[in-house]
Each structure stands twice: as C-alpha cells, then as structure tokens.
Design a protein around this ligand. Sequence first.
Ligand code: CP
Length: 302
Amino acid sequence: MSHLLDIASLEKDVISSILERSRVLRGDKNPPKVLSGKIVANLFFETSTRTRSSFTVAGENLGARVLALDLQTSSVSKGETLLDTVKALEAMGVSAFVIRHSESGAPHFAAKRTSAFVINAGDGRHEHPTQALLDARTILDKKGRLEGLTVAIAGDVSHSRVARSNIHLLGKFGAKVNVAAPLTLMPRGLESFGPHVHCFHRVEEALEDADVVMMLRVQTERIEEALFPSRPDYHRAFGLTKARFALAKPDAIVMHPGPINRGVEIANEVADGPGNVILDEVANGVFVRMAVLEHLFSEPLA
Ligand code: CP
C-alpha cells in the first residue's frame, strides 16, 4: 500500500490487517514510535474536527511531527494550487500528506505527483476511507463480525463519501446494506456497487431488522434548496426517531459519522440513547489512523 486513497481498491487482507492492528494499538499504552523523525502534513481544504484532530493525535502517538496547514493564513489563500502546496511542503521533508478536499479525486491527483504518502481524509462526494475503517472497527467491537449483518445507511446519500466507503467495505466483508434516501438525495446507480446493496426511499423499509443503523448528516452546505424541505419536514419524513429505531433489531446499534444535525437526521433521544456508539466511532478513529500510518510507513513506496 503506497497511499490510502479509497476502500474500493483496497485489498480485503489489508483492511483486515489495519482493523486488527487498530485493536491491538488501542490496548498499547506505549506504541512503537515508528514515525519518529517523520513529518506528516494535514492539508484540510474543508472543515473538520474529528478527522483532522485524530490524524494529529495518531501521528504524534507514533512519534511524528504533525504540521497542520491553516488555509486562512497559508499561501492557499493567495491562490497557490494543491500541487504547489504539496511540492513546497515535500521540499521541507514532509513524508505523508493527509488531504481533505471538496473536489472528488484531489488526493489521487496529488498522489500521482508526489513521492510522499497520501491519505484521503475525504474527497468531495467520492470516499472517506478512514471513516469506513473506523466504522468497521466499531461494528466488529459491538457485533463481533461483519459477515451476515444488515446495515442500514440512511439520509443524504447523494453527497455522502462516508456512505460510499462504507458500502464498499461492507460488501467486501459479506454484509447486506440497505440504503435509504429521499428521492432527491439518492444517487443513481448505487446498486452497481454490488448485489449487497438494496435501495429504499422510505427509511422505515431500510431499518427493518437492521443490526446496525448508520445515519448520515444532511450536508446543507452542498444542497440546493429545491432538493431539501425544511429541517422539521425532513425530520418528520426521514429522521431517526425512537419509534423508527424500534423497527431495527432489539440489540441494534446507532452510528453517525458526525457532526450531527440534532433534530434533523436524528432525534436527541436516539443520538444519546441506548445502542448509540457515536463516540466509540470517534475514539476508534485515533487507533485506525495510527494503524494506517504505521502500515504505510512499514511498506516500501511503490
Ligand atoms: N466524520 C468526519 O469526517 O467528521 P469531521 O468532518 O469532523 O472530520
């Protein structure tokens, strides 16, 4: 593995190895400092709390120095391109870039033009691979397996890189995925991801007998008004209420990548209620990202 750009092209055994290593790292109070002397740069062209902070903690836990480029005060604000930014930092000795960008494919573009490692921290509506890895770690912790589970993924699927990465990963490991979105927020052709994908326009249908319910943030910053009713209307038609969650299996878990629009895609009493593993996902983010960094730096560059 020279870069981590997406789940679609990642081998199943590499995924398994990262997931297992993240479990071991979680119990290791003094992890090996395999990134000692290395510099990791966080290049976040979109906002982030969880991904950016956990990559910083992960890199530092492994002994790296972590640079966080502040886009407001960097030369990006003067129009410097992604590639020139990467090249400038590479010249200073940066050996890994963690890139979040609004354009799908931006990390792939950079990866082809740098000798440093590139990790996709979310690109447009394409993929968010480390989110799917931390979600898989969390499901494994709670359910002990992925194979044979029914996972409902519901909400603004159209704009969701989290949904795409999770659908790829869950398919590789034999889970069934029920995807639910209002007509205006469902992308075309999702069934082409594989026979494990089943699409619904009523959230209730997707939730029936689900082992895992993963709600997606309504990405209002990317949605034209015509595609979206008011927040209360959306919640009435599609939000995860206690009554809707009761359609899932009695021991179902509730996931959300965050940040949450409380009272829109999910009711407070469900987000904070029994079965919610939302902060477990956040905690696992650190260990999964440590495992990814460790894996990259332990393999020769392609
Ligand atoms: N889940 C996720 O990507 O959250 P952030 O936008 O806070 O990084």
